[in-house]
Design a binder for this molecule. Structure first.
Ligand code: ZN
Length: 84
């Protein structure tokens, strides 16, 4: 059982090649490697740069990142430091 909470950030609009949290500045997406042609794209997937939807709540735990649906936070989800 993993006791680490999901950290919930809120996406700001991308600036340059990076998209950060509007509250704490944590980088949620970095397309630098993509722009430099250093991203391998699995067959059948898009080679376009991708961004998180602006203004959405993004939950992160370890290497997992997902968009939270519009619902109250679960007990294992915490707003990021900038939102407190
Ligand atoms: Zn944040």
């Amino acid at each position: 059982m993993d006791d680490e909470p999901w950290i919930v950030h809120t996406t700001a609009a991308p600036v340059g090649l990076k998209q950060a949290c509007a509250a704490c500045g944590h980088v949620l997406q970095d397309n630098t490697a993509h722009a430099e042609g250093r991203v391998a794209v699995p067959e059948g997937q898009s080679a376009e740069m991708t961004w998180w939807p602006v203004g959405e709540r993004i939950a992160q735990l370890g290497i997992c990142t997902l968009v939270l649906p519009d619902r109250p936070l679960d007990p294992d989800e915490r707003l990021c430091a900038g939102a407190n």
